[in-house]
Design a protein around this ligand. Sequence first.
Ligand code: 5GP
Ligand code: MG
Ligand code: MG
Length: 188
Amino acid sequence: MALEKHIEKVLFSDEVIAHRVNQLGIDITSDFSGDSEETPIFVGVATGACLFLADLVRRIDLPIAIDFIRAESYGSGTVSSGVPRVSFDLKLDITNKHVVLVEDIVDTGNTLSCLIEHMKAKKASSVSVCTLLDKPSRRKVHYKLVGKGKFYSGFECPDEFVVGYGMDFAEQYRNLSYIGVLKPEYYM
Ligand code: 5GP
Ligand code: MG
Ligand code: MG
């Protein structure tokens, strides 16, 4: 209730998110079924993808591994602070493995392209991307997937700064169970 007072509007409700995440899980499971070579590694991009990753992997009906990576490009505000870099790296060895990068949102594409190049340098056999939200209208960098990697997207997001379901403003609001836009007085 207290948090709800900060929200101007809800863009994606709990129910809508759950339904879409379930479908993404079915799609990914089906695409990776029958590929007996390697267990895919789901790499959550911290911190924003935490809730999405947790829900998504429970919808994957295959043996998988889970790891995390962190890339920083944004400051505490709503505008990118420049070129992203990997600030916390993988624990697992991804050499000759299929990687599914799990992201909260792809905006300019800078972070994604940095992470894909990073996975490529580590010799992943394929890199797929599963992002909950995509803002194609804001794209500046066109990333290239690796090997037979695919791009999965939950929803197209309007060009607004969103919070919730893992996504923050100044490290807050990640714990909202839905995705919305803050009232202007809270973007300060
Ligand atoms: P990009 O490098 O594609 O410009 O930005 C990617 C990262 O910026 C996302 O993974 C996310 O952490 C952050 N970001 C981009 N747009 C939004 C937004 O609307 N809300 C929030 N909370 N973070 C965003
Ligand atoms: Mg992110
Ligand atoms: Mg952030």
